[in-house]
Design a protein around this ligand. Structure first.
Ligand code: FE
Length: 230
């Protein structure tokens, strides 16, 4: 692993201030303690605001906390990247399925009953030796829940959201992925309507493996484009 390779959590910690700085056009330096503290403070403000909203909406009988818990439990514990991994693995062994997936992932998702909250309009994009796709939601954290479960915290962080569109190669480098100069990087900005699934390249030396065996090799991050499978 290269010296500048850091974990996603470390990356977020170190880069949050830098990303906010780029967006705001200020010249503050990365890792400035005061600003980092301020960010921590802002994060806890968001948590408090969310709790206050839940409390008010519950009192007004506009939401049912039990239903909310059930939805969160479903997407945290029952739905997850193992579902997307099977889609990817099948696309590796079944050319006709892959073609349909890339042409109209919405239709495939409907056929395979892979729809639900945050997954209606699905678009699949394929990585190759010459193209690398990276998915982000610059506005918030839109993500294909029915295929990948709930998004990881780094996907929701301001650093990832801002830097992915400004310097995707730099973001990938910090995740430990150095792309050759001749590889085109495509960044897909998710919206409330459209969610993206990256079909990573099939690792070499996997000929003859079953869909189940191949699915075991597919990671969550590779389906966001933040990782390349080895
Ligand atoms: Fe979003």
């Amino acid at each position: 692993m290269a010296d500048d390779t850091v974990s996603r959590r470390e990356f977020i910690k170190k880069s949050t201030v830098a990303a906010s700085t780029v967006v705001a056009g200020s010249a503050a330096s990365v890792g400035h303690t005061h600003e980092a503290d301020q960010h921590e403070h802002e994060q806890s403000d968001f948590t408090l605001r969310a709790k206050a909203l839940v409390s008010v909406l519950t009192k007004k009988n506009l939401i049912d906390p039990a239903t909310m818990d059930a939805v969160i439990d479903f997407y945290e514990n029952k739905v997850g990247p193992h579902i997307g991994a099977r889609v990817v693995a099948r696309s590796w062994v079944d050319p006709e399925y892959r073609e349909r997936l890339l042409a109209d992932a919405r239709a495939v998702a409907r056929e395979d009953n892979l729809t639900g909250v945050q997954g209606t309009d699905l678009v699949a994009v394929e990585n190759s030796a010459k193209v690398h796709n990276l998915v982000v939601c610059t506005l918030c954290s839109c993500y294909p829940w029915p295929l990948l479960g709930l998004p990881p915290s780094w996907y929701k962080d301001a650093a990832y959201r801002a830097q992915s569109v400004i310097d995707p190669r730099g973001v990938l480098r910090k995740f430990g992925l150095e792309l050759d100069d001749d590889v085109e990087v495509r960044v897909w900005d998710s919206t409330a309507e459209v969610r993206y699934l990256v079909i990573p390249e099939r690792p070499v030396g996997t000929d003859g493996m079953s869909v189940d065996q191949l699915a075991e090799l597919v990671t969550r991050d590779s389906m966001v484009g933040a990782e390349k499978l080895q």
